[in-house]
Ligand binder design. Sequence first.
Ligand SMILES: [Mn+2]
Length: 328
Amino acid sequence: MPVDWSPLVEFLRNHDRPLLMTHIRPDADGLGSQLALHDALTSLGKHPRVAIASKLPPRYEFLDPGRRVIEDFRMPGTAFKDRDSVVVLDTGTWNQLGDFGDHLKANPDIPRAVVDHHRTQDDLGGLRFVDISAESTGRLTHEIMRALGVSPSPKAANLLFMAVATDTGWFRHPNTSPATFALAGELEAAGANPTELYEQLYEAAPLARLKLTGVAIERLQLRAGGRVAYTEIYLKDYAATGAVPGDTEDLITFPRSVEGVEVALVFIEQPGGGTKISFRSRALDVSQLAERFGGGGHKLASGARVAGNLPEVRDEVLAAAIAALTGG
Ligand SMILES: [Mn+2]
């Protein structure tokens, strides 16, 4: 379903100082979309700012050496008082906005627009541009640029390529379509460098991240006759390996790569208490499952954070996943 971008073009025409936000625990789609839109709006003479409401995972530090663009919204104070509007990219739910969600709720008059491709949506107020058929928010950001009449600079093309490539698992997940390759080709022609990006994203891991991956593989378990696979990471594993919480981002790859697995799960004990769950599936709608635990996302890729300790949450979620899978 193509999006009519004209209300957003109007919105951006009327606001010169938008704050570009994405979800907490930002990923390459959210960050790439923010930074590419920042580049495009700056080229139009506007004054956008980019912020995140959680730590920048170390693996994405290469995107902004010296942190000159990506600001921290966790200590707002008056720092963002100069903003005349907000564009939220790659999420549309309060629970993905952290402290920034509280700020939006406390300031209902700030004009806002949501640009997202996730199934799970809250009403954040303001304009909403949601296309769940888009494989990435990077695609939507590219459409916004086209609607604004801006050709992506080589830098923006590289950022959008990163967004599209990472949200499709580097063109292998079922959300990859002929249109994905067409867009990737267009972005490479406009200056994206896939070889360098792949090295920066996937071949520059600290040894500690690989050690943590080893722990996750060691703990893989199967349930439901091999149709469900999961692993789990505890806080003590960070101390033991030297890894950091951001190093868990790709661990879902391993349960999902076991032969015959239909639903893959990763359970991660959280520093502030509670348990984070990643859901992946080949057919079952795991967004419904995630929503039952207060999370959400896409049909085949979702997440949730639950306030219980890991073993309890794991047993409960496994039971629900197995029941959903077996129709029980
Ligand atoms: Mn995304």
